[in-house]
Design a protein around this ligand. Sequence first.
Ligand SMILES: Nc1ncnc2c1ncn2[C@@H]1O[C@H](COP(=O)(O)OP(=O)(O)OP(=O)(O)O)[C@@H](O)[C@H]1O
Length: 248
Amino acid sequence: MSSNTDFVLAVEDLTVSFDGFKAIDNLNLYVDHNELRVIIGPNGAGKTTLLDMICGKTKATSGSIKFHNEEMTALPEFTRVRKGIGRKFQTPSIYENLSVFQNLEVSFPKGRSVLGAVFFKCTAEVKDRVQAIAEEIGLADTLNTEAGLLSHGQKQWLEVGMLLMQDPELLMLDEPIAGMSVREREITAELLKKISNNRSVIVIEHDMEFVKKIAQKVTVMHQGKILAEGSMDDVQNNPQVIEVYLGH
Ligand SMILES: Nc1ncnc2c1ncn2[C@@H]1O[C@H](COP(=O)(O)OP(=O)(O)OP(=O)(O)O)[C@@H](O)[C@H]1O
């Protein structure tokens, strides 16, 4: 299949092998503008590896990753970030000793380094941006709180906010609700729906209750390939999906 310029992300014939083992095997994936895509599949299916390859952490053995029709495979991770690919890892990387405000402030593209932030002049533009993002992630009332004092869920939302400060067009999250309470999961579902109103979001998730809450289109991976793709109903009723994943 040839690349399609209408997609935010077009992954084609993507393969990575580790000592001959193909963790991603000739995979094609297309993500639309403002789409919230959920990727599910058994352990070892290659979900995390796929996100690692899109963000540039893992190099492809072969194949293509196009972001806005621009080939990404040869670009380093930081260049992909600059171009608008944001990735949230499972372990939070917030600065515990800085306030919520400061964490967001240092994530603004111009003042990204922590050292730089000490001397960083807080312009009105940055302040407005911090305020808007803090409201979006539900932390507007905790701007002066030290990040280390936040609840687990709040820390995760702060990290999402730090990524949003860079205004990514594609945001990828790996198991965003791990360790969260029921209430925090509900808030996270709403947050993900909200942020996908004006950007594309890819979420890897194992918790099917959560997937049902947020899913538009679901991609099921198995052995480095796509096993099925479609609505929640489609994939839930797919016998192959039940066999390799949902039936367990
Ligand atoms: N750097 C690497 N070197 C060798 N093998 C790797 C490497 N990274 C991943 N793998 C292997 O590739 C396969 C896919 O792993 P991956 O973590 O992407 O799966 P996953 O679908 O995210 O699983 P989980 O749901 O458990 O997180 C696994 O068999 C894993 O051991």
